[in-house]
Design a binder for this molecule. Structure first.
Ligand code: OGA
Ligand code: NI
Length: 372
């Protein structure tokens, strides 16, 4: 059983196991104590593999045996299965706020994910171009900012801890961006030349966006206190930029395996023209139709705990395409480490059972994900 729950998820055991194993892998890579044991292994660049125009995918990427194809019904035949859309302009306008807050509440409660339009993040397109230009550089140049042994940060592949582990069809660069003292600038690309300054601006805008979404979430739940949204304003922001190259056998691989995010919320910018990102809804994978300039926001485990499970962190994955590349920029937003990760007081008591334990930041990040 997952340690931070007083009561179990309403999910199947195997789903809990999958999420937990994934998270365990992340933290084995990040936790300094386990780094020497679990150093992340160097594997080939997927972009380089794809450039060789192979007819077949190497066996390490093949996921035929994962057994989840039976509930993969993408593209969905049910038109009601559409990721909800939230209009930020309506949320900030007093005349339309109540209706939009209600939509936000339903989106968070029923889906745990929504697309945001009219958000005012001005550096989105520019950041997308910088990331595109970075991944277009020759391999040797990109490797100037390669991950160091035992660390997830930098250019490379995520969470490779064993020689036999199946691999995701993706290359990435992972950078901690806020607070500023968390930056490892030696891993921040200087090519393309504007990459660093664009990422600085982008992170700042993501922080504003996350803070305002969290404050609307607390409003939607009738929580008056601003402690939670303030903790996101002073929060931690990690950015993962993904490149999903075209794949000769797309239905046999995954861009990213199914998981739920460990963040407070996650803000994703999609630079593809096909639905590569999918969320699990009532046992079906539903693709996110890319909307140019929109941001995909999903609930992470921290907000799940803080809302006492009213909003849940959805499972999601990325699939790839036979001919098209897809890029995404994913911002993981965490509250300030000084705040406890606990259900909001107003949401427990008076007949509302407390579902999750209260944890310090350190307890949350050091917890043992093992399923017993
Ligand atoms: C992630 C993630 C999906 C995507 O990085 O946690 O879910 O489409 N990415 O890149
Ligand atoms: Ni994710």
């Amino acid at each position: 059983m997952n340690e931070y729950l007083i009561y179990p998820f309403g999910k199947t055991r195997s789903a809990i196991k999958l999420v937990n194993l994934f998270l365990k892998r992340i933290y084995q890579s990040m936790d300094t104590k386990t780094q020497s044991l679990e150093s992340s292994l160097t594997v080939p660049s997927v972009q380089e593999l794809a450039l060789q125009n192979p007819q077949k995918v190497p066996p390490r990427y093949i996921r035929d045996d994962d057994g989840d194809d039976d509930f993969c019904t993408f593209p969905s035949s049910d038109p009601s299965l559409t990721i909800p859309l939230i209009d930020m302009a309506k949320l900030v306008n007093a005349d339309t706020q109540q209706d939009e807050l209600h939509k936000l509440h339903l989106a968070c409660k029923n889906w745990g994910v929504f697309q945001i339009v009219n958000h005012g993040v001005s550096s989105l397109k520019n950041m997308g171009n910088q990331v595109k230009r970075f991944f277009e550089l020759p391999l040797q140049e990109k490797k100037r900012w390669a991950q160091k042994p035992g660390s997830l940060e930098g250019y490379g592949q995520a969470f490779v801890t064993s020689e036999v582990q199946k691999l995701d069809w993706n290359d990435m660069i992972f950078l901690k961006s806020l607070p500023i003292q968390n930056r490892k600038l030696d891993l921040w690309p200087q090519n393309p030349p504007q990459f660093r300054e664009t990422l600085e601006k982008y992170s700042e805008e993501m922080r504003q966006e996350a803070t305002s979404i969290v404050s609307f979430i607390t409003l939607a739940l009738g929580l008056e206190d601003t402690k939670i949204s303030e903790s996101f304003h002073e929060g931690l922001y990690d950015i993962r930029m993904n490149c999903y190259p075209p794949c000769p056998e797309p239905e046999r691989v995954l861009g990213i395996i199914p998981h739920a995010d460990n963040s407070g919320i996650t803000l994703l910018a999609d630079f593809g023209d096909f639905p590569g990102l999918q969320f699990l809804k009532d046992g079906k994978w539903v693709g996110v139709e890319p909307i140019e300039g929109a941001i995909v926001a999903n609930i992470g485990h921290i907000i799940e705990v803080m809302t006492n499970g009213i909003y849940k962190a959805p499972e999601h994955r990325a699939v790839v395409n036979k001919t098209k590349e897809r890029l995404s920029i994913v911002t993981f937003c965490y509250p300030n480490p000084s705040i406890d990760i606990a259900p909001a007081e107003k949401l427990i008591g008076e007949g509302n059972k407390q579902v999750y334990k209260s944890m310090t930041h350190a307890e949350y990040f050091n917890r043992n994900f093992e399923v017993t």
